[in-house]
Design a protein around this ligand. Structure first.
Ligand code: FAD
Length: 296
């Protein structure tokens, strides 16, 4: 069983996704005392590399959009970046970015934050296992709807007319496939309903293909049962040249918040004194980290 913790820090960041990690790295480089609280067992948030039969498949973001400032950061981390027409990807798996960024940071994993209280100029952060963390400055980087849920639980919910409520996300249904044979033999045609990403092209699972269903398809079928979703995907793939007989293993992954449909229009929001909301619902994670670093 994990030990219940009680700690005090200058700055607490909630979320070890790209925004939280880039920010923590910048703050740590300037000597600030900061920790990250992350609800999952791993780092990266929506950058995620799943292992099937000990080999990886990128089932979160599979590319980063071309961005020269971000490319510079990836190069400084000595990551094997491949520039393609679609964007930048990391040979060996996107999650390496998160692992590299987290390597010198204090990240408390499996700490789901469930309450935020302001008391005597301090923020008191409570987590699911009963741990308590105190700080003077608090940054929340979860996707906006999740951040609003936490704020609501803590009686800090912004009023319904606040522009933050307009930040919405697309859903994503991701079909992870391990083929019986090498993907070179596959005749999978493109479709408006999905994008197929071959893992052998990025030195991951040699027989792995990630089928990213489109935002429209994902929205239409997201609330159906897994069996119903898989049978819709099967119909779609068979129509386009992939028979289920060619598949050795598959898994369905659902992301309720995938990409922001629109952003807040500024890299962060100071909702209450020293309580900041940020993340990709505001701007590119690097832009968020750069802007927050200036004021924290
Ligand atoms: C399938 C898919 C495809 C994508 N494709 C692209 C793409 O092609 N190009 C692109 O630029 N972007 C893409 N994205 C989006 C990209 O992954 C995100 O923009 C980026 O990773 C967001 O980083 P973030 O740190 O802002 O948020 P997140 O990665 O969501 O990080 C937030 C973190 O907060 C944690 N958290 C949430 N609530 C709590 C809590 N209560 N307590 C503790 N921790 C909490 C979460 O576990 C998570 O780790 C894609 C995303 C998905 C899912």
């Amino acid at each position: 069983m994990q030990e219940v913790m009680s700690e005090k820090h200058q700055i607490i960041i909630i979320g070890a996704g790209l925004t939280g990690l880039l920010l923590a790295q910048k703050l740590s480089n300037t000597g600030k005392d900061c920790i990250i609280l992350e609800k999952s067992k791993g780092f990266g948030g929506r950058i995620a590399t799943r292992r099937i039969n000990e080999k990886g498949l990128d089932h979160g973001a599979a590319y980063f959009p071309l961005n020269n400032n971000f490319l510079k950061i990836l190069s400084e981390l000595s990551l094997p970046v491949i520039e393609t027409d679609r964007g930048l990807y990391i040979n060996g798996g996107m999650v390496q970015v998160a692992k590299k960024l987290a390597s010198n940071l204090k990240v408390c994993k499996e700490q789901k934050v469930i309450s935020l209280t302001h008391s005597l100029e301090k923020w008191v952060v409570g987590t699911e296992d009963g741990s308590i963390f105190e700080c003077t400055k608090l940054v929340l980087t979860a996707p906006v709807p999740q951040a609003l849920e936490l704020l609501s639980q803590s009686n800090l919910h912004p009023e319904s007319s606040h522009p933050i409520h307009s930040v919405k996300y697309t859903k994503a249904l991701i079909f992870l496939v391990v083929l019986k044979n090498a993907p070179e033999e596959l005749r999978l045609k493109d479709s408006n309903d999905y994008q197929a990403i071959f893992m052998n092209q990025r030195d991951l699972h040699p027989h792995g293909v990630i089928i990213q269903m489109s935002p429209d398809f994902s929205e239409n079928f997201f609330e159906e049962t897994d069996a119903a979703i898989i049978s819709q995907i099967q119909l779609n793939l068979e129509k386009n040249g992939l028979s289920f007989d060619q598949i050795e293993k598959y898994e369905l992954k659902k992301w309720r918040y995938s990409l922001p449909l629109s952003t807040y229009g500024a890299p962060f929001l100071e909702l209450s004194p020293n309580l900041f909301l940020s993340g990709d619902g505001f701007a590119h994670p690097l832009e968020c980290a750069q802007a927050l670093e200036q004021i924290l």
